[in-house]
Design a protein around this ligand. Structure first.
Ligand SMILES: [Zn+2]
Length: 407
C-alpha cells in the first residue's frame, strides 16, 4: 500500500517521512488509532515506504540505516521521495503483503485443524483481509477466520515464540526487518515474551504496533514504544473517499460522512446499510429492462461495472433478497417483514413474473455472484445478466398470453 492510498492523515504521513529522513525512527513505534482512522493502512504504507528500492536508493547514498546517526546524507527536496514508488520489486511484494522482510502478527483463533494457532497459519486469509478491508476491525477479521460462533481473537504464546524466531533471522532482501503487530491489546501476559526483543532489538528491526485501545496494551510493552496517536478523519476526507473508492453518490456520501464521526469503517457500514443507493440501482435496472431499453441498460451496466467486486456482490445479494420476498408473497399471500421499498418492488414484480421465473432469476444472480468472485469481466457479466433477466420476464409475458383462457 502506498501513502497515497491511505485516506487523509497528511500530518502523520509527513511526520513518518520526516522521522525516516532524519533517521529518528524509534525501534518500536506504536500507532494508536481508533477504529476506522487507518492505523493499519498507515503501517502498511510506511513499511512499503521503508523497503521501497527507489526510496532507499534516492535517500541514502551511504549504507542505508533506519536509526541512529550513521547516515549523514543531506536530502534536497528534489531527491526526497514522498511515497513508495509502487513499481519496484520490493513495492510489488509489499503491495501483495508478501515481502519477506515485512512480517505480520495479529489475533488468531483455534480451529479443528489448528490447535496452536499463530499468524502464519492464517496468512492467506490475512492478505485477502488487507486487500479487501484494510479499514476493517477485529470483528471483521475474526468473522473471516472463525469456525466456532463465539471465537475470540488472541495473539497466542505460539505467535510470540514465532515472532522471536522470525526476527532473529537476518533480513532477506531489504536492509530492514519490519514487524507489523496489529492489536497488541490482544496479547495477554505472553506478551512479556516479546519484551526482550523489543528492548534489545537488532539494529535493523522495526516494530510497528497498531492498537485501537492503548489502555489495554500491557504496560511493560507500552512503555517501550514511541507512541503516535492518529486523529480522527475529517468529514470531507470520508466523503471524498466514499465517492472515489466506493462510487457513492455525493449527497449520500456527505450524509454518511457526517454520521460516521471520523470513522471510515463506520461510514462504509452506513453506506452498505443505506438503502437509497441499492434501491435506486434496482429500480434503474428494472426500468432499463422493462421500459427505457438498450441505451439505459448500457448506462446501468457501465455504472455497476465501476463498483468494486464486493459492492457488486452486495447488490446481487440485495436483489436476491427482494426476489425471495416476492416468492414468499406469492407462496403465502403475505409479505415477510421487509422494508417498505422492498415490499413495493416485490409486489410489483409479482404482477410481472411467476414463481418459476423468480427461481430462474435467483439462480442467475447466484451464478453471477460466483463469477464475480472469480474475477469475471464485470461489464460482460452484467450485460449478459441484463439480457437474461429481460428474457426471463418476457417469457413470462409469452407464457401468460398463451395460457390465458380465451373467455
Ligand atoms: Zn518501490
Amino acid at each position: 500500500m502506498q501513502f497515497a492510498q491511505v485516506i487523509g492523515q497528511a500530518a502523520l504521513k509527513d511526520k513518518l517521512r520526516g522521522l525516516h529522513q532524519q533517521n529518528r525512527i524509534s525501534h518500536a513505534l506504536m500507532l494508536v488509532a481508533r477504529e476506522g482512522t487507518g492505523g493499519l493502512p498507515i503501517a502498511l504504507a510506511f513499511a512499503q515506504y521503508l523497503v521501497c528500492e527507489r526510496v532507499n536508493s534516492k535517500q541514502n547514498t551511504q549504507e542505508p540505516s533506519l536509526f541512529g546517526p550513521t547516515t549523514q546524507t543531506v536530502q534536497t527536496s528534489q531527491t526526497f521521495q514522498t511515497d513508495s514508488c509502487g513499481a519496484c520489486p520490493a513495492c510489488t511484494k509489499a503491495a501483495a503483503f508478501a515481502h519477506p522482510d515485512i512480517h505480520y502478527s495479529f489475533p488468531t483463533v483455534s480451529s479443528k485443524s489448528i490447535d496452536k494457532p499463530k499468524s502464519s497459519d492464517f496468512i492467506a486469509e490475512w492478505r485477502t483481509f488487507l486487500q479487501e478491508q484494510p479499514y476493517g476491525n477485529l470483528f471483521d477479521w475474526i468473522e473471516r477466520i472463525k469456525e466456532k460462533e463465539n471465537s475470540q481473537g488472541k495473539i497466542t504464546t505460539y505467535e510470540c515464540e514465532d515472532i522471536n524466531k522470525k526476527l532473529s533471522r537476518k533480513s532477506f532482501e531489504s536492509p530492514f526487518k519490519i514487524l507489523i503487530l496489529w492489536m497488541p491489546e490482544m496479547l495477554e501476559k505472553e506478551g512479556n515474551k516479546l519484551l526482550k526483543i523489543i528492548e534489545e532489538p537488532q539494529s535493523d528491526t522495526l516494530f510497528l504496533l497498531v492498537t485501537e485501545n492503548e489502555q489495554l496494551v500491557l504496560p511493560t510493552l507500552h512503555s517501550r514504544c514511541q507512541v503516535i496517536r492518529l486523529p480522527m478523519l475529517t468529514s470531507e476526507e470520508i466523503q471524498n473517499s466514499l465517492m472515489e473508492r466506493e462510487g457513492t453518490p455525493a449527497p449520500v456520501a456527505k450524509q454518511m460522512a457526517q454520521l460516521a464521526d471520523g470513522n471510515y469503517r463506520e461510514a462504509l457500514q452506513q453506506v452498505e446499510h443505506v438503502e437509497e443507493g441499492r434501491q435506486q440501482r434496482l429500480r434503474d435496472w428494472l426500468n432499463a429492462i422493462l421500459k427505457t431499453g438498450p441505451a439505459a441498460q448500457v448506462k446501468w451496466v457501465e455504472e455497476i461495472s465501476k463498483l468494486g467486486r464486493e459492492k457488486q456482490k452486495q447488490f446481487l445479494r440485495y436483489v436476491i433478497h427482494v426476489l425471495e420476498t416476492a416468492t414468499r408473497l406469492q407462496a403465502t399471500g403475505q409479505l415477510p417483514p421487509v422494508g417498505e421499498e422492498e415490499a413495493a418492488v416485490a409486489t410489483k414484480l409479482n404482477r410481472l413474473v411467476g414463481m418459476e421465473q423468480l427461481e430462474i432469476w435467483v439462480n442467475e444472480l447466484n451464478k453471477a455472484s460466483y463469477y464475480i468472485e472469480r474475477n469475471a469481466n464485470a461489464k460482460m457479466l452484467f450485460h449478459a445478466l441484463t439480457l437474461k433477466v429481460y428474457h426471463i420476464i418476457q417469457d413470462k409475458v409469452v407464457f401468460l398470453m398463451t395460457t390465458d383462457p380465451a373467455e
